[in-house]
Design a protein around this ligand. Sequence first.
Ligand code: HAS
Length: 549
Amino acid sequence: MSQPFAKVHPKDAKLALAHIYVAMFALALGGLAGLLQTLVRSGRLVLPANIGYYQVLTVHGVLLGLVLTTFFIYGFQHAAVSRTSGTYSDRSRLLGWIGFWVMLLGTAMAAVMILLNEATVLYTFYAPLQAHWIFYLGLTFVVVGSWVGGAAMIAQYISWRKKHRGQPSPLLTFMVVINTVLWIVATLGVAGTVLFQLLPWSLGLVDRVDVLVSRTLFWYFGHPLVYFWLLPAYMAWYVIIPKIIGGKIFSDSLARLSFVLFLLFSIPVGFHHQLVEPGIDPFWKFLQVVLTFMVVIPSLMTAFSLFATFEMHGRSKGARGLFGWFKKLPWGDARFSVPFIGMVAFIPAGAGGLINASNQMNQVVHNSIWVTGHFHLTLATSVVLTFFAISYWLVPHLTGRVLTKAMNKLAIIQAIVWTVGMAIMSGAMHAAGLLGAPRRSSYSTYGDAPQALDWIPYQIAQAIGGTILFIGIILILYIFINLAFFAPKGEEEFPVGEGAEAAEKTPMVLENWRIWLTVLAALILIAYTVPFMEMLQNGPIGSKGYKLW
Ligand code: HAS
């Protein structure tokens, strides 16, 4: 794999950094809201000025689940494309900036409405919860802005391919393009429900919405959303980590194939979030459960590939036996050890996902706080720890500074604090969920239930874990501010791994978009057309004067 562009151009660095600053601001506010809501939930705190549990929960979910992730991912992806496919053209950079400002405007509109308690609708904003129309318009801006920013990355990829006909594109750029296409196709669903249902409804133009249709459109988007979060972490695991440990990427082709499989199978699976909902024929739920198990395969391929990379590297350093490679890894380097913790966490996290997806077991865990535990392990541990680790080299690379030994040490301490806090909090959530504790309910709403007494120790554990996590947030913000503004000037590497010499040549079919986009469209049509038509025919749309189209 050729690496002609060792450094991100300062103008592209500015674009990437702008996104990362917003992400870190969201982390600070969203983290504080997280601490508050876990204390309120456990009955330990009553907030002043009538600020309610659901309002802080909305702030927490929207800022961390939607704003932190989207802005961080876009910042990382812009930098990754510029680093591996070359400095942005003026047109691409302009698109990147337009996308950024439109997303920021939309975020500000949504945030103001949430803070005014006019959009206390949680991060999933399901009907029949209704928000102010400015909130929905803000969300539309975020989505449209992300399409414009995504167009910048795709334009760079197209231009690279035109200049290098017949060659596979740089792996990192290819991965970014897959994730961006995944995002664009997925957000069509959320744009559909917001523009055609929620916005007209909040403006009073129609007096009702079909809740099942809106939830279906949301989950058409919602599941690929989780892979949109995961894939940048996988980019780091596949491409960055091998370079940091001094090894090679096990197989460029396998990495590309797993990303193609994510694109194909992450979208037609939204029904696995709706398994207990009426109005969807069990056959279609079953079909999407099968497709959900298909999307597990690229994660298993990733696990295989990572073990192979570690083992190859270990053996090249003289390691022997089944686990000899373990000792050869650079444990003192936060750029490696922090995401490694994320990988280890992803083993139980993924197992929890398989439980959720298993039709019958879903009946036990659905709408219990187990699900909250699941996404605090997947998103808030595996993915977020990897994002933190990316920022340890990316931020100084972009600001022209270096990760000092002291900050490296603090980064490892941060990861330990995070792991302890999350193990306590997420572990307690999983356990309480199995005892039937509901998600999204505060102590004041279920405190009188006879079972609530059984949940109390777990609620306290969650509050303890949440408090430790808040210390973790203070630490990461301290490190970030240091790396952005105060660390010594210098050159920090943007590490990009190379393929192993013995690996097969990458087949060009993996970049044949005509094939993959056709298969993707076919899978979506197969999984959704009939059940969606049934919803439209059997649901309330069309009655009472409300027309969707
Ligand atoms: Fe999930 C609900 C199924 C992965 C996030 N999920 C959620 C929600 C969120 C979320 C936010 O089927 C809640 C939504 C809401 O608000 O209602 N999830 C799955 C499945 C997977 C999965 C099958 N989820 C994720 C990821 C997320 C995420 C990733 C965020 C980033 N999830 C569900 C289902 C529900 C659900 C149902 C609905 C539940 C309900 O009823 O509401 C799979 O993709 C997981 C596959 C993962 C693996 C693990 C591979 C391991 C690797 C690590 C290798 C480690 C190494 C280090 C090499 C098979 C790659 C080893 C070193 C050593 C020393 C050991």
